[in-house]
Design a protein around this ligand. Structure first.
Ligand SMILES: Nc1nc2c(c(=O)[nH]1)N[C@H]1C(S)=C(S)[C@@H](COP(=O)(O)O)O[C@H]1N2
Ligand SMILES: [Mo]
Length: 246
């Protein structure tokens, strides 16, 4: 009981985004402990499946700014953009019985969810936008996850500061009803700035979890061998927490 109480308090501080705690050495150790607890025993948390707030269309921000990569120059991204992403494929791979290569048309023909949500960047800005796309759960069910799967990794077309951007979530976020593969922002195909042609929306998490320029969804049992092993581009470099729940 004592341990659970302690962890609940640190988890709450973490969820509140307490940066001052993270600045101190002891603080980051504390947050690290809370995070390991999230990774291991997250099912104990009661509110993981709650919905993020949704807003009326009148609340949509006039301009949804871009952050991080906003116009990828690596690989064949620019050529694909010039071609209106006609040959873009989303690969579904890893520990699945039914790997898939989905075209944008395949994605648009799946049942769609539209949601007006607020994006919160850890750097301190927010924007409200309307996102449309299929729920990730629909695609994962079709792919048939093997029993050992623990995490879903998102691969991206861009390099940020020369390194591949990637992210990952656990299965609670992967199956959350507001976790969608968005191909529209405010009723229009995604602008390049915001991740064209496909980007994740994971509405219970901070902005850096929402992978843009999505090329592959990978089901894995461990994050240890992905990137530097911390579960994401920023997690590997800056110590941003893997669990960035809001
Ligand atoms: N592939 C990719 N995804 C990314 C990033 C990036 O640089 N590359 N930046 C992240 C960060 S920090 C934020 S806040 C959001 C920004 O989304 P936006 O550009 O649509 O505002 O995308 C996230 N996803
Ligand atoms: Mo961000």
């Amino acid at each position: 009981m004592k341990r659970r109480g302690f962890l609940a308090v640190t988890a709450a501080a973490f969820v509140a985004g307490c940066n001052k705690i993270a600045d101190s050495d002891a603080g980051s150790k504390l947050l690290g402990a809370a995070e390991r607890w999230h990774k291991g025993a997250h099912r104990l948390l009661t509110d993981r499946e709650a919905l993020a707030p949704e807003y009326p269309r009148s609340a949509i921000s006039p301009f949804f700014r871009g952050n991080g990569s906003t116009d990828p120059q690596n690989g064949d991204y620019q050529a694909q953009a010039a071609d209106n992403f006609a040959n873009w494929r989303l690969e579904v791979r890893g520990l699945v019985d039914n790997p898939m290569q989905l075209s944008l048309d395949n994605i648009r023909r799946l049942p769609q969810r539209t949601q007006v949500t607020r994006h919160d960047c850890v750097e301190g800005w927010s924007a409200i936008g309307e996102w449309t796309g299929p729920q990730l759960s629909v695609i994962l069910d079709e792919a048939k996850l093997r029993p050992e799967v623990q995490f879903i990794v998102f691969r991206c077309a861009d390099k940020l500061n020369g390194q591949d951007y990637y992210e990952s979530v656990d299965l609670i976020d992967a199956y959350h009803p507001q976790t969608i593969i968005a191909h529209k922002l405010n009723g229009e195909p995604l602008p390049i700035r915001n991740g064209a042609p496909l980007r994740m929306r994971i509405e219970r998490q901070l902005g850096y979890k929402h992978a843009k320029y999505l090329t592959a969804i990978e089901a894995v049992a461990s994050l240890d061998d992905i990137g530097e092993g911390q579960g994401g581009y920023w997690e590997d470099r800056s110590g941003y927490q893997w669990y960035a729940g809001i």
